[in-house]
Design a protein around this ligand. Structure first.
Ligand SMILES: Cc1cc2nc3c(=O)[nH]c(=O)nc-3n(C[C@H](O)[C@H](O)[C@H](O)COP(=O)(O)OP(=O)(O)OC[C@H]3O[C@@H](n4cnc5c(N)ncnc54)[C@H](O)[C@@H]3O)c2cc1C
Length: 366
């Protein structure tokens, strides 16, 4: 039997969490391999879409605002270093909510406390500036001019390539926890929506994987920022046409349970009709715009929306990193830095612990 290669750390899963973790561990001086069954940012993975928002407002969850700030800096540094600055599109992010909505109030307080550039727009100012967006009633709008959109799967590939350039070994293999094809001091499973299948006993009911369709409509280029709404129970967001992709629209509400290997990646007629109706309602000028493309991705959510970043409760030297919960992509750099600190013995934040993840779901982090 050939001798298995040995590393200080092996990261399994080259999505946003795993690719950044491998890069940060390598930068901390460790020998690292990054293994993925299908490759960095592959289309079945949660990081595999065309675009992901990076915004700072996180209600009262200041840690995520701080992580988003830190991560945006790291993404931009990396893109500059590899000569791909276009992988961050500084569209700005506009978010809307009913006036007095606690999430908006708390976000504003933290944006102010951390001196993050933002503008609070009155309903009339919002309607004057963004006539294409229909908001009824007493709405408040906050614009984060420095936030924007990461070109997701390409951005993850850029991270993996940079990791390789710095000495991380990139491997292609389907890893089984019981029989890994390598020897490692620490093995970090950053397997996104596959974590519950890989660790059914320990993760099974603690991460729910749900079907999330995304739609792209034909639309002219516009000066509209990326948009996210916190009051609509459907939880919508949109991305302006970028890079020939069309106007992206999706509902953030959790869909039905989904299997990342076998679930159908085709949007249903009912899902398409709902998205078209939403477009008509909130972007009336785009009513009837042709649908150019639809894709089905998945969220892998924890009970609160807080990430899972902890040691496996039973297996020594095994780490579980995931639970991106529909908002994790942007935080890849901060997640990688957190894992690297944990491996150096830093104190853990209970928010990310395995213990805090239960099967009683009530989302609090948006
Ligand atoms: C439609 C949609 C919109 C979203 N919008 C946003 C947004 O606007 N902003 C934001 O910040 N976040 C957003 N998210 C969430 C974000 O994309 C995810 O939280 C994030 O990409 C998760 O990354 P990950 O690295 O944990 O998982 P993944 O990207 O899924 O990576 C896991 C990797 O593990 C590999 N793998 C799995 N099992 C094995 C195995 N046994 N052996 C080897 N390899 C294995 C897979 O091939 C995969 O590449 C969105 C998600 C979706 C689906």
């Amino acid at each position: 039997m050939p001798e298995r290669k040995s590393y200080d750390c092996v990261v399994v899963g080259a999505g946003s969490f795993g690719a950044w973790t491998a890069l940060r561990l390598r930068q901390a001086g460790r020998s690292v391999a990054l293994v993925d069954a299908r490759g960095a940012g592959n289309p079945l993975s949660s990081s595999g879409g065309a675009s992901r928002l990076i915004r700072m407002g996180y209600g009262s969850d200041e840690i995520y605002t701080r992580w988003a700030m830190r991560s945006l800096e790291a993404w931009r540094e990396l893109f500059a270093r590899v000569g791909r600055p276009e992988l961050f599109q500084p569209t700005g992010v506009l978010w809307t909510a009913r006036s007095g909505h606690p999430h908006a109030r708390h976000s504003l307080a933290i944006l102010e406390k951390l001196k993050l550039p933002h503008e609070s727009l009155s309903p009339s100012e919002m309607r004057r500036r963004y006539p294409q967006l229909h908001c009824s009633g007493d709405v408040i709008a906050i614009l984060e001019p420095g936030s924007g959109v990461l070109l997701a799967h390409r951005a993850v590939r850029a991270v993996a390539q940079e990791a390789e350039r710095r000495g991380v070994e990139i491997l292609s293999a389907q890893v089984t926890p019981a029989m890994p094809p390598f020897a490692a001091g620490e093995t970090i499973f950053a397997c996104g929506p596959w974590l519950p299948k890989l660790f059914p006993e320990v993760v099974g009911s603690r991460i729910q994987v749900t079907r999330q369709p995304v739609f792209y409509f034909d639309a002219p280029a516009s000066a509209m920022p990326a948009w996210i709404d916190f009051s609509d129970p459907r939880g919508a967001y949109s991305v302006p046409p970028l890079d020939g992709q069309g106007f992206k629209l999706a509902l953030d509400r959790h869909g039905p349970a989904f299997d990342p290997d076998t679930g159908s990646r085709e949007a249903t007629a009912a899902e398409t009709a709902e998205a078209s109706a939403f477009l008509r309602e909130r972007f009336p000028a785009l009513a009837g715009a042709p649908l150019v493309r639809a894709e089905v991705c998945q969220y892998e959510s924890t009970c609160t929306g807080d990430f899972l970043i902890d040691r496996h409760p039973e297996l020594p030297h095994v780490w579980l990193v995931g639970g991106g919960s529909g908002h994790g992509f942007k935080h890849g750099p901060a997640v990688g830095e957190y894992v690297a600190r944990m491996l150096d013995g830093a104190a853990a934040d209970p928010r990310f612990s395995w213990q805090s993840k239960t099967a009683a779901f009530s989302r609090t982090v948006y």
